[in-house]
Design a protein around this ligand. Structure first.
Ligand code: ARG
Length: 569
């Protein structure tokens, strides 16, 4: 498909002798489409050429040879050169591309040869999987999908929180009161109760706290009893998490969590010791990062136990060697900003290639609040994600039963809509922003929601079902698509690949989510203003093809976000 930015770069590059790639980066999309489809801001060249933007624009335009098949017009406005694409050409380009690529439209090999690790979800075992983990899971998973679609070699890792002093506590609590709780039936809830109880006891009794710490040390040293209990915690927790992952359709390439690194920490210590920066402080071993204004990074506790940070450092070393990563992205809540600053800083002392240090990136996301009030993770008073997903499905069923009582595939469709609504809500806001969770908003079929996009998709399908099918693109006369609504739709579809590129560039799936909303809205406007199944065959065929293309792009885009499309709504 024609790359308009590249075309502009070629034209301007032949006049101003600046590398085409540089020019391409400068090309913008005007905020308002009356101003053109693309625009080149000449003030970016003003310094280099020592002329005013207006004069540069004029000079470029005088020398420019325009191919009217590509751009039908240009205008100079305030030092911008605005380009208007040839309408017939873009329509033909886009629709032929959709016809060729079908469900692979927008896919590319941009990232070929690059290894990208996306770490996401990473819940702590034996603790409830809460709504924050849900957000991180779906954000990470959509980034994973998008990187893959652009040809990156992508590795999805669930860095399970399955190690650490809290397990010393859990083991102690289990040892004392395990019999009183029905762990097999309701593992995480019951283990949480034990955890809350042992924490209370630790606050009152120093000796118990010490016993807990020793338990974790024993676990690290391979004590059979502690290992057995820990294994049980891990197993029952994973069973529960897996049910959630299954509902969400989320997958990982690796479940190497913190415990995986238990035998890989001596090397980290050794490397840090050799760096000369590891110092003793009150019996513990630390790296002092005060000079970098990052506090102190604890590497080893006074009783010899390893820490969360050490395990992360071991993971960096392991991932560099195993995956030779170009980027290693951590989708983790912003509360851990300091932690990641610290470990990225300390990683510089591990003696690994610069490239790995540069590739480390924390992607912080905001919290989720419930509209109905505050939620506290502490005292076990949390919404269980599994319940939330099931509630979403059952609310959708209720809505459908009112609208469309005899729908076939009710179960299947309600699942796709209910889960899709929750996922979409989580990826549609800028990820750093805190977010409000409210049923009425997320399930609104006409709002800025997943169901709205699904609804639009279902509508495109019913148009296709009522027509005599989609004609071969070569037999379609696209010159009949003269209305401005179809042109808007086509231009949106043209942007698709670029939107995915921007989304991974900024690690921001919300860009794709917003795009899909806009495409759905553009299509609705087209649909409301133009009859599709008209008498005139030519017009009908072209409009049906346009409809088909919208459906494909909505479907691919939603799949990248991790959302399936229902067949009816
Ligand atoms: N398990 C941690 C938590 O739930 C998140 C782990 C984040 N990843 C990491 N490499 N530290 O808070």
């Amino acid at each position: 498909m024609i790359d308009y930015k590249k075309e502009i770069a070629k034209i301007i590059g032949s006049i101003v002798k600046i590398d085409d790639k540089e020019i391409k980066k400068m090309v913008e999309k005007p905020a308002n489409n009356e101003m053109g489809d693309f625009s080149f801001p000449c003030f970016k060249l003003a310094k280099e050429l020592k002329k005013s933007p207006m004069i540069i624009a004029q000079e470029i335009c005088e020398k420019m040879k325009l191919d009217a098949e590509v751009f039908e017009n240009i205008e100079i406005v305030n030092g911008y050169i605005n380009f208007f694409v040839n309408k017939e050409r873009i329509i033909k380009e886009v629709l032929e591309e959709v016809s060729n690529k079908k469900e692979e439209y927008g896919k590319s090999t941009l990232g070929a040869g690059q290894n990208i690790i996306v770490e996401y979800s990473s819940p702590n075992i034996a603790k409830p999987f809460h709504i924050g983990h849900l957000r991180n899971t779906v954000i990470g998973s959509s980034l994973y999908n998008m990187y893959k679609y652009l040809g990156y070699n992508t590795i999805g890792i669930n860095h399970l929180g399955d190690y650490g002093t809290q397990f010393g506590k859990m083991i102690e609590g289990y040892k004392r009161w395990g019999q009183e709780y029905n762990i097999d039936e309701n593992p995480i809830e019951e283990l949480t109760k034990i955890y809350v109880r042992i924490n209370d006891l630790c606050k009152k009794d120093e000796d118990v706290l010490k016993a807990c710490r020793d338990n974790f040390k024993k676990l690290e040293d391979g004590d059979p009893y502690c290992t057995e209990i820990w294994n049980k915690f891990r197993e029952v927790s994973l069973n529960e998490f897996n049910r959630i992952y299954e509902l969400l359709g989320v997958k990982f390439d690796s479940l190497n969590g913190e415990a995986f690194y238990s035998d890989k920490m001596p090397e980290v210590e050794e490397l840090l010791r050799n760096s000369g920066r590891l110092i003793k402080s009150e019996g513990a071993e630390i790296i002092d990062l005060e000079e970098e204004k990052m506090g102190v990074c604890m590497i080893k506790k006074s009783n010899g136990s390893t820490t969360y940070a050490t395990r992360d450092l071991a993971a960096i070393l392991y991932r560099a060697r195993t995956y030779d990563f170009d980027k290693c992205l951590y989708v983790v809540a912003y509360e851990q900003n300091l932690h990641f600053k610290q470990i990225f800083e300390v990683a510089k002392l591990l003696g690994i290639d610069e490239k790995y240090i540069k590739g480390l990136q924390h992607i912080p996301y905001g919290m989720v609040h419930l509209k109905s009030g505050k939620m506290s993770t502490r005292e076990g008073n949390v919404i269980k994600v599994e319940d939330l997903l099931k509630e979403s499905i059952s609310r959708v069923k209720q809505i459908i039963k009112e609208k469309n009582p005899d729908m076939e595939n009710l179960e299947e469709n309600a699942r796709k809509i209910g889960i899709g609504a929750v996922i979409f809500n989580n990826v549609a806001t800028t990820i750093i922003k805190d977010q409000i969770f409210d049923w009425d908003t997320i399930l609104n079929f006409n709002g800025e929601t997943g169901p709205y996009i699904q609804y639009t998709y279902v509508r495109t399908n019913s148009v296709l079902n009522n027509s005599n099918g989609v004609k071969d693109v070569k037999k379609i006369d696209f010159s009949v698509l003269t209305d401005k609504e179809s042109l808007e739709v086509i231009k949106k579809i043209y942007e698709f690949n670029n939107v995915i590129e921007n989304s991974v560039d900024k690690n921001e799936p919300s860009l794709l989510a917003r795009y899909l909303l806009e495409l759905a809205k553009n299509y609705s406007t087209f649909y409301n203003n133009n009859k599709i199944l008209v008498e005139d065959e030519k017009t009908k065929d072209a409009r049906v093809f346009l409809t088909y293309s919208v459906g494909i792009v909505l479907k691919i885009g939603m799949k990248l976000l991790g959302i399936e499309m229902p067949d009816k709504m």
